[in-house]
Design a protein around this ligand. Sequence first.
Ligand SMILES: [Cu+2]
Length: 602
Amino acid sequence: MSTKSKPADASRRRFLKKSTVGTALAAGALNLKLGSSQSEAGDVTKLPKPAFTPFVQALPVPPRLRDAALGCAPGSPEAKLCSKEVWHGIAPEFDPAHPSHHPDWDRKPLRCYEMTYQECIHEWVPGIKTPSLGFNGLVPGPTFRARLGEPMVIRVHNPLDIEASLHHHGAHSPSHSDGHPCFYTLHGETRDYYYPNCVPRNADGSEDWSESPSTMWYHDHGNDVTAHNVAHGLAGFSIFTDPFEEDLIAKNILPAIDGPDGEHAPYDVPMALTDQLLNLDGTISWDPLDHDGRIGNLFCVNGVVQPFMNVERRKYRLRLLGCSLARIYELRLSNNASMLQIGNDSWLLPKPVTVTRITLPPGKRADVIVDFSKLPAGSEIYLENIMEQTDGRKPKGINTRNPIRLVKFKVGGGTVRNDITINANTPLRPHHEIPESEIVATRDFKLGRSNGAWIINGEFYSPFRADADPLVNSAERWNLTNGSGGWEHPVHIHLESHQITKMNGVRPREVWAYKSDVTHLGTNTTAEIQMRFRTFCGPFVFHCHNNNHEDMRMMKQFEVCGKDPVTGAKHPPTLNNEWFSVPEECAGIPHDFIKANPHIFS
Ligand SMILES: [Cu+2]
């Protein structure tokens, strides 16, 4: 029988009924009254929170995801679609016969990993055992670590009663493994996510190494349930290198990423910033009817509230990730020292930019060098947030009188040894602007609000509709306009980087003027961006990265269209109601649809 994602709908009803993972498990454990939900309370900063002493817990760094021996080989007959072991098979681009497959992808052996969506007990606050969700039971999940050009498969199991879709945020991935919100891995199912880990190719066939990413992340992206899943812990880092960045490390311009044990080295530190909200019984406060944007009152870094970090007198590379659902951070060091920002979102900048403040909306990353070498031993400084925000609408503004301290850095003694040599003039990565001559289309997207939910160009998101049909190997200009009054929207576009050329008619701030995968639209803001669409055809999405807005339909779908090999004509977008006309047991991957319309993924 055919279906329109029936299993997903059934699962959604169960999910809404439960609404908070494992509440029953923890309720009563602390013999306290249940906390009120966010929508009842208004200003969450005034809600009670568990008692704790800040800065007594060391900052944890997530472990690396280690190689795994998979039962059946990716792409083998046993692992094909709907096999018992791997329900959804693998991205069709894995097949060497597929038109998008490039021989380069087979030059290096395939790396294989395995990851499971798991319920876990996590201590966001020391001593408070909170039922949470973690990849392999960890919050944040284990870090992906890879080199460009070395393809990998991650076999993802979902034993949970949630609709899962793993998004590799910032990666250049095939449609099937990108984490499209409707390519589910449903309860009890497994999917092989195939990542070629390639850079796109230029028109002349050469590889565009300006596109190789450094600091990415991954998180669940299930349709309608992303906010719930991310709030409960389903996110992690993905850190890539290429020969350019490895050269910077070899020359001691940037610090090493890998320690001798293969885990993260001490001077390169990923930091995922989240604001958590707990009920007084220790469970996660989750309001399924909050579509404005979830704001918390516990400031966590790498999953723990207000940790400390011992640092040596030298420079550190901090990879800051805005992992909150709706909170927009304005970060500074408590001594107001300047930092060198070396990367924005997934990509290194052409050269460092000296900053004293960093704006970090949901989904964004800032890659910065902080210099502790001038500070005397025993100094204590903090990474602070000075943006006041009490609801999902938008921040109230900068408040320097009451900074929120996120991490305490405790500076050790000793002389400065073997410090990295980066300075404000160090070239990092070439950047090439997309020339005007490449732009073949301009599209306008206006973000707004309707009936308490979220629209783009007057429409709610539909997986059955292609809202844009860019041609593969072409470039377009998009005008993104925030037309929703007093709200802010960080817009994330999948597949490739985009270049912000103008914000309200002028060049954006320096750190946002190169490659981005999230463009933050403040109130009354129009961003002019340009973007290429390369390598992979098929459906991808762009959306507000306020995850509550995204789940309430502030998302659009673009289908990268191929060309007919004979006539050269562009294939029209083929998304329509056939999309889910597949056997019920295969819902989540439109296999028959691909077979009937092979060009959309070619
Ligand atoms: Cu939004």
